[in-house]
Write a protein that binds this ligand. Sequence first.
Ligand code: SF4
Length: 460
Amino acid sequence: MAALDARGRGAGGPPEAALGTERRLHDGLRQWSAHGLASYREAFPADPDGASLHEDVEPWIYRHRPRDGDPWQAREYRLTVWGRRLRSTDGKLRELRLPATRLRAGEPPAGFVAAAALVLAEGGPGPAPERVRIVEFALLGGASRTLFDGTPEEARALYRAGGRAALASVLDGQEYRPGSSCVECPFLAVCPALRRAPGLLGVGSDGRPRRSWSVTNGRTYRACPARDHMRRLHLPALDAVEHDPTAERGRALHAYLARCHGSGSARPCTVEVPESWVPPGYDLSAGERELGARLLRHHAAVCPLRLTRDGSDVRPEARVVRHDSAADVIVIAAPDLLYRDAGSWVWRETKTSSRRRASNLPLLEQYPQLALATLMSVRGDLGGAPDRARIELEVLRPDGADLEVIDPFAAETRAAAERIVRELVQGWLQDDQYPANPGRGCARCEMSRWCSKSAPRQGV
Ligand code: SF4
């Protein structure tokens, strides 16, 4: 968006100058922005219907002053839209262009389109249009599709049919969702949902800006800082790497187990795995499906629900988010399963492997999420009684299942966990350049398309 704004101002030169920043943009962001601009030109070659569209600099705002008795006691509502705003020279047409990484399959959220259509039809400044259009375009491929095209009256009718209820549900929302957005939240210090864990990571902030961090970030950063940075920027990943058959099978298997464990019945899994076990949305070959079913049958022997009393003791795919106020980092963890064993929380990680033999590396080194789990457990960050608190690693192999149990209170385990987590965080916390680290990992890097240091280069 900033690059398109700069282009509208006629700014030339390097992207940093055009964007009005003195900081050098990260290589990946430069590559991606250049690609996005080219895709925009491809999606909108020039004036498709001769309406001489030009960009509106002023935001479009729809204002509404409710009468007395407004359920949310607001004095005024303002609704605005984000995207490229264009208007025809004669003012009769307004067009909103919405950037997306890829065009989503299926219908867009109806309430969203209806609310945006209302802003186009009724919002100021400028004269009311006679026609409004909302178009979504793909930054990755340059394709576009029209989400709405009609008169202001049709836009208002669409809003009455679906937009009003969608906005009301947003205003009624009371849910807290701690996560990476906590980084920017001005209410962090008083938020009742974000729990503090000072000193969890074992490093000080040294006045660095607040950031979020997960073990996955730490591992990716250790392999290549540029790769982690580009992932954090949500640059589109290479499908061939992201949806590699082994990773896809692992994700499908986790989704299947989460569904079984989260059914609320607390019934342990059995060896009866249906032939159609693959959850919707996962695409597995016949061989991977068969291997997955075999691995799932081995899970029955070590299913943790054998130890729980009812559904309230089980949290599949839970998100554990803590604010390490000493490091000023929002720590995000996603255990495969948390379950309660006689009042103590147990952290279960499940891995799958098509190999029969395990690596010789110590477990906490091999899976640093176990190190973070150890620290959260031993410090009491998960709550519950300490008596039976433990970490479990379940490894499903074609020839059986292994269950490793880690005692977080063993002094040497805790010391190893502290060292592993500290080492993962330390360098990253001080870094704001995120240099590329080309090497063997490039061949399997999902960000390689946006990396000028990548070798060898891969296609999408
Ligand atoms: S292609 Fe290689 S150097 Fe570039 S981000 Fe990926 S791993 Fe790092």
